[in-house]
Design a protein. Sequence first.
Length: 418
Amino acid sequence: MDHCHTSDLISLDQALEKLLTHTVPLTATPLITTETINLTESAGRITATDIISPINVPSFDNSAMDGYAIRLADLNENQTLPMAGKALAGIPFQQEWPNGSCIRIMTGAPIPSGADAVVMQEQTEVTATGIRFTHPIKPGQNIRTIGEDISQNTVVLPKGIKLSTTQLPLIASLGIATVDVVRKLKVAIFSTGDELQAIGEPLQAGQIYDTNRFAIRLMLEKLDCEIIDLGVIRDDPDALRHAFIEADKQADLVISSGGVSVGEADYTKQILEEAGKISFWKLAIKPGKPFAFGKLENTWFCGLPGNPVSAVLTFYQLVQPLIAHLSGFTAWQPPMRLTAKTTTPLKKSPGRLDFQRGIASLNEYGELEVQTTGHQGSHIFSSYSLGNCFIVLERERGHVAAGETVQIEFFNYLLKNQ
């Protein structure tokens, strides 16, 4: 079987490039990967086609102000015109419009035929002979023209974006009731290890709770994936092989936790080498050095480390963009790094890019500062609950003294406490 194995530590950027260049989005496969759903059920889904407007917006010329519609040719030397009627939103002025007069008009009301300006009421005075206009008037002022916002048959939203509260009302305003979206990515998850116990069950000697799979599931739910939970797989090659076969039948992506290190009972690499083409590497990041990526017969595979902090970090930094790529989410952006001054010393050894958990805030001068959450061991999961950002320390950097400048990444919605 063909496979690629390297014992060298590779950078996060190199790992991410391999993930994204070796995988194919759902939308690029010959399978049926789209579905048509009601707009009211489409929040969080990825558009499979361009959203095209069936109408002009606005669909008629209308007033941008409460005021008076006029024909500039009707203005006399005194800039005063009698009022001939009213135009309201939903109730247009439809009577004959006498020469030398103006029409009271409200915001959103259709522009009467022949009008070439709307004067806001703050620039007028009511007199005994009519409405006097107190400011210079420009042709077309305060008139929203047909199609000014959106023209009929134009692309309003491109394919490959995630629908949210900033897009859905826009689509609704066009009268569109259904949208074509990419079907949800099917992700199979399981944990490996004889030491794992289900949450809520009493721990036996040497056991720990299976928090990794729970954390991964929570993040997958936020990413709007269809989750296939295969539970805990014991440290047995046959059981692990069966889990891979079942996951490969059902999913687009398989994510395991544990079993990708170098222990005697870590069988994931062995099974992957039997089952399909793999890339297997050790990442030059901390925490999260052991990480496996491969291709089974039908699905892609990511093997996360067994330590809870490492599992979440590698999911956040690598699996999150991979899921966006596979789902056809073209607008996904990597975390933005900002510069901050650390108020606490940070321990680090050169050799790996270090993602320490931190608490960032603005000081009294409006400057960005960050402090450590405390002990940074890969088993200290409470650091995620305490923190709001990663402190990103360069690969060859050593210990950091208080007052030095560092780079930080604020947690996105996958890890935010709010």
